[in-house]
Design a protein around this ligand. Sequence first.
Ligand code: SIN
Length: 332
Amino acid sequence: MSLLPRVVVLATGGTIAGSSSNPASSAKYQAATVPVTALLDAVPALAAVARIEAEQVAQIDSKDMSFALWSRLVERVAFWSVQPDVAGIVITHGTDTLEETAMLLHLACVGTVPVVLTAAMRPSTSLSADGPLNLLDAVRVAGHADAAGKGVLLVINQEIHAGRDAVKGHTAAVNAFASPLAGPVGYVQDDLVRFARIPQGLPAQALPLPSVWPQVEIVTSYAEPGRVVVDALARAGVSGLVVAAAGNGSIHQSLTEALADAAAAGVAVVRSSRTGAGHVAIPALPRPSSGIFVSAGDLNPYKARVLLMLALAATPALARDPAALQAVFAGN
Ligand code: SIN
C-alpha cells in the first residue's frame, strides 16, 4: 500500500480559525481564536488524504498582517520545502489581506513543492462553516502530484486560483475570491483535483525579502483630489507610491502634478487601477520631463505595492529608472 502524501499545515489565524457564541451570525465573531490542532481535528476526513504535520506560525486577524510575519512565513515555507518527503504546504490565512500574502509568496517562494493558501469567510462555529471543506480541499491539492511546479495557489470554495491573480471581491460571500482576468486554474470536487491550465507568470527566480522594507504607500485618484497627501508622503521620504487610478490608469490632473514632482524627487510611481480588473495601458506621458508613471499591468494596487516593495528593496535605483521598473512589472 502506498503511503499518503506528507502535507504540512502552517496556521496564521483568520476567520477560518474564528469562533462565535452566535452560530447564526457571520459578522459577530472573533477571528484567530481556534488553534490549528482543533481545526484539523474538526475534519476527520483529512486522515484519509494526507499525513499531516501542523505548525501554529501565528494567530492573527489578517488585517494586522506585518512584514515580520511575512518574513517568518517565507522562512517556514523554505524550511518545510526541503524536508524529505514533503509533498506540499498548506497555509491557513485570513481572507482580508490574503491577496497580498499570496502575491508576496508568489514572488518569494519559487520551487516545485506546492504552497496552497486557504481561508474561510465564515468562522469555524458558524452554521455552514466553509473552513472545514476549504481546508480538506487545500490538503487534497497540496498533496496532489499535479500541483507540483504550479507556484503558490489559493484553494477556496472548491476553486483553485493562482496566488498572483486571486483577489477578494465580496465582504461576506463564500465565493468572495476570483481571479478577475485569468479565471481559476482548476477546481476540486470531492477527491477529484483538476487543473485546467498552468498559472501564467510563474517567476523563474525568487525575489529576496528585504531586511529593511521600503516604505511604499497607496494613493487614490478621484474627483478633485488635493495634492496634500502625495506631498506629505514625498516629504516623509517614501520610496514608492502606487496610484489606485481611475479607469485605465487615469489620474486627475492635480494629482498627476503632485506625483510628477514626487517622481522627480526620486519616488517610484506606479499606476494601477481602482476598477478591480483589466490591464493598465501605457499611455502618452503626462509630463515627459518628470518621468513615466509605470503601469502595474493587471495587478491591483495591493498586489502592485508588494511587487514594488520587493523590487525597490532588491534594486533601489529602480526608483529613478521608470523604464527598468516598467520591465519589472511587465515581467511579473
Ligand atoms: C481575517 O482576515 O483575518 C479576518 C477575516 C477573514 O478571514 O475572513
